[in-house]
Design a protein around this ligand. Structure first.
Ligand SMILES: *[C@@H]1O[C@H](CO)[C@@H](O)[C@H](O)[C@H]1NC(C)=O
Length: 165
């Protein structure tokens, strides 16, 4: 019993009272019904509720705009016509260094299979609260943007709406 109580206190100490350390095995999957909130087909998964409700609307809109603006109706092939499907994984604390975050983004990308057919999808991960956030991106071959461009775009959008109403 004593041991159990110490273990409990230790885990509270390690993970924080309501915090949880995320990795690719425990982060909720936005493509699975009920694992995270998905509005207007935008895969914005924010289980620690870091983004304000107003900010959330803006980020959802940015994801929808990106999908719409990257479609090309006059293209001939199915994949050229298709828009970009993006997912954002925002968490207070993902396990590990930058290199490990890159691996987690890559694992989530493989796991979530946002666009198996055209590879026109990416996962952007954000770890941390406003001042100390780290980013990682994994993108498919079909995405007409570089990882750096994706990160820059969403860093700007997300930084603006973290914790503000
Ligand atoms: C859309 O597809 C057409 C036909 O392939 C191409 O000529 C045009 O440049 C494309 N537009 C954009 C914005 O990529």
């Amino acid at each position: 019993m004593k041991l159990l109580i110490s273990a409990l206190f230790l885990s509270i100490f390690v993970f924080g009272i309501n915090g949880k350390s995320w990795d690719s095995s425990n982060f909720p999957n936005p493509t699975k019904r009920g694992e995270c909130i998905v509005e207007r087909h935008a895969y914005l998964c924010d289980p620690d509720m870091l983004i304000s409700p107003n900010g959330r609307d803006k980020v959802v809109k940015a994801l929808n705009d990106l999908e719409r603006n990257s479609r090309n109706q006059s293209a001939s092939s199915f994949c050229d016509k298709q828009g970009v499907t993006a997912a954002i994984a925002a968490g207070k604390d993902f396990k590990g260094s930058q290199k490990e975050l890159d691996n987690i983004a890559s694992d989530l990308y493989k796991k979530w299979r946002l666009d198996n057919e055209c590879d026109k999808s990416f996962v952007l991960l954000r770890s941390g609260t406003s001042s100390d956030a780290k980013y990682a991106v994994e993108a498919g071959k079909g995405v007409p943007m570089t990882k750096q461009e994706i990160q820059k775009l969403f860093k700007k959008i997300l930084s603006e709406y973290y914790g503000k109403t």
